[in-house]
Ligand binder design. Sequence first.
Ligand SMILES: Nc1ncnc2c1ncn2[C@@H]1O[C@H](COP(=O)(O)OP(=O)(O)OP(=O)(O)O)[C@@H](O)[C@H]1O
Ligand SMILES: [Mg+2]
Length: 242
Amino acid sequence: MSPDNRQRVLTVEALRVAYGGIPAVSDITFHVDAGELVGIIGPNGAGKSSALLGLVNAVRSESAQASLRGTDLRRLAPEKVARSGFALVMEGHQVFGRLSVRDNLRLGATARRARAGLTADLDWIHELFPILAEFADRPAGLLSGGQQQQLAIGRALLASPTLLALDEPSLGLSPTAVDTVFEAIQRIRERGTAVLLVEQRAQQTVKSADRTYVLTEGRLTMTLSPTDADDSALLMKAYLGS
Ligand SMILES: Nc1ncnc2c1ncn2[C@@H]1O[C@H](COP(=O)(O)OP(=O)(O)OP(=O)(O)O)[C@@H](O)[C@H]1O
Ligand SMILES: [Mg+2]
């Protein structure tokens, strides 16, 4: 194994997703290395969610390679993908509304590979999102959108993932809640979990990610670095195509 491969967390080669023969994701190739925060940005309908759903086999996909730390993800049932260390927080901060915050977090722990470290992880998540400790007994459905997003992320982290993938975590949140989410993502990465961040919020994503891929009409068209974040002409071109 080359030194390169040792550090690789997620390898995706020629991933395709189509609905009824109509392509949504066309041959995308990208990777996430250990310790990285990698962004994928693109407009509505670009194929961002389809790419994530295809990777976890929640929709049908094909690829030349899709592996997480050497585990072939292709043809694994979605729950097995989760158990292999790929945690996906889906669009729209999904939580179990009638269950308490505490029970929502408990559910996250069921996808852990090992119980070891559970208490430390829970303590860390409570420190990251103090609201989850404060409202532990509250039904999750009564939380604000921003608080539900914190819960959804906290639940995913309790699975102790190798890779945390987030589908538009800032969608529909207040500016303060968006900042909370972006700051938390930085801390999660600093603690050692690789992050794949799918967003429409281009500038903030490009600024915080080590590398950001631009997805338009199902294809990766550009790779941006943090220094590109203030180049609004480039971001505009990335979105609209040249
Ligand atoms: N279940 C589905 N059946 C048929 N077509 C779908 C389905 N889901 C998505 N599509 C289509 O696939 C394309 C990509 O959609 P997708 O939801 O992956 O984009 P997205 O980048 O996540 O967009 P958004 O930013 O709005 O979330 C779109 O043309 C969409 O209409
Ligand atoms: Mg989407």
